[in-house]
Design a binder for this molecule. Structure first.
Ligand code: 4NP
Length: 161
């Protein structure tokens, strides 16, 4: 089993959406028995909380269900996750600091390093304090990026036909 974890700040907007969209990609290819999906936040404010109502509404509009509950990323999580994807540079640097052993750092990547349209901007913009458009932008980025992450993992795990 390969386990991937998406990480943002609050674990109620960006990473829950990435988890939901990626779970859908995995299910569409019948890979649920090979790839497991999680999400977490670097902050502790929303531990136990469902995803932000605005993020849920955007997701549902596109046929994606969000089922996560907020959890805070722990240093020991490096032992459980094969790929850890930071939604922005701030998340990335906190995750770097939490890395328990140098060899584990190779499992940490920027989420948008898999975005075909990143054009050098690797941050998924935080929508929390903005208007509805921000949630749409997050959806667009996540929706075009998740298929590339799945192809990467399939390659790495020898799951390609
Ligand atoms: P997220 O958005 O990191 O995409 O889940 C945020 C959610 C909550 C807060 C910040 C960002 N907050 O400050 O509570």
């Amino acid at each position: 089993m390969i386990v991937v974890c998406f990480v943002c700040l609050g674990n109620i907007c960006r990473s829950p959406l990435a988890q939901g969209v990626f779970e859908k990609c995995v299910a569409e290819q019948g890979l649920e028995n090979h790839i497991q999906v999680a999400s977490a936040g670097t902050g502790s404010w929303h531990i136990g909380s469902p995803p932000d109502e605005r993020m849920q509404q955007t997701a549902n509009k596109y046929g994606v269900q969000l089922n996560s509950r907020g959890q805070q990323f722990q240093s020991s999580d490096y032992n459980d996750f094969d790929l850890i994807l930071a939604m922005d540079h701030s998340n990335f640097s906190i995750l770097e600091q939490l890395c328990p052993r140098p060899e584990k750092a190779q499992n940490l990547r920027m989420f948008r390093s898999f975005d075909p349209e990143a054009n050098g901007d690797l941050n998924v913009p935080d929508p929390y304090y903005g208007g509805g458009k921000g949630f749409e932008i997050v959806y667009e980025i996540v929706n075009r990026t998740c298929p590339n992450i799945l192809e990467f993992l399939k390659d790495r795990a020898g799951l390609k036909a």
